[in-house]
Write a protein that binds this ligand. Structure first.
Ligand code: DX5
Ligand code: ZN
Length: 233
């Protein structure tokens, strides 16, 4: 898949009309251009984070309602127990939090065996260095640029040091994964994230808060492409 990837978060969409909300960021909604690459689905359990959203039954219904690959971000306790079900259901990428996983290497193997990409997320205060060996088993690294739990928060630029470090590890062949960022990504922040080396940008309020979410996806991608020579050159 051609980078950069844009993954609108349905956390900022209308939960009563999820199929329609997915369609609003599809290729067709982007004016025949390239719409959302992934649809980001925030699963929260009111324990790992202080908020509650949706779970596997809703993801199963969404899988039937859209062709956009689902990027499931599990902000839950005991992902070792619950995450493989999302992979078995057909999610494209299943991301768990390293702060919650008991055995992240085994979990990655289980996610891949169930047919999904395996993603590992780190909260803003969690360092990258202790997890470099673990990340050899993962396909995506989700760097949180807000404290997980809510949409519409301010971007934390200090996490870009971790993005730069991850980018270096990928570019020097030490890791093989996509670097993804989540939280506060908008027209005012996406260029800094792209310059730091992000491959995949999650955006909730910047997409679903826009008058035309399909056009917002296209505009964000254009900004990311222009900000980094490896795409625009
Ligand atoms: C926050 C979620 C994000 C959220 C991002 O815990 O993981 O995916 O939807 O929303 P914005 O883009 O509005 O910060
Ligand atoms: Zn998320």
């Amino acid at each position: 898949m051609v980078r950069p990837l844009i993954a609108p978060s349905i956390l900022s969409a209308d939960f009563a009309h999820l199929a329609d909300e997915a369609a609003r960021v599809s290729d067709a909604a982007a004016g025949g251009g390239r719409g959302a690459d992934w649809l980001h689905v925030d699963v929260m359990d009111a324990h790992f984070v202080p908020n509650l959203t949706l779970g596997l039954p809703v993801v199963e219904s969404l899988l039937k309602a859209t062709d956009i690959p689902l990027d499931c971000h599990l902000m839950i306790e005991d992902p070792d127990r619950w995450a493989p079900g999302y992979a078995e259901a057909g999610a494209h990428n299943v991301t768990v939090h390293v702060e919650a996983a008991a055995d992240p290497v085994m979990l990655a193997k289980n996610l891949r065996a169930a047919g999904a990409k395996a993603g590992l997320s780190i909260k803003p205060g969690t360092p990258l260095d202790p997890y470099v060996e673990v990340l050899k088993h993962y396909d995506t690294l989700l760097v949180m640029s807000v404290e997980p739990g809510f949409g519409g928060q301010a971007f934390m630029p200090e996490v870009l040091d971790k993005v730069r470090a991850a980018r270096r590890l990928v570019d020097t062949g030490h890791l093989t994964l996509l670097v993804e960022i989540d939280g506060g990504i908008a027209a005012s922040t996406i260029e800094a994230a792209a310059e730091a080396g992000v491959d995949c940008f999650v955006a909730g309020s910047a997409v679903y808060g826009a008058d035309d979410p399909g056009k917002a996806v296209v505009a964000l991608r254009e900004q990311a492409v222009a900000a980094h020579p490896r795409w625009s050159g």
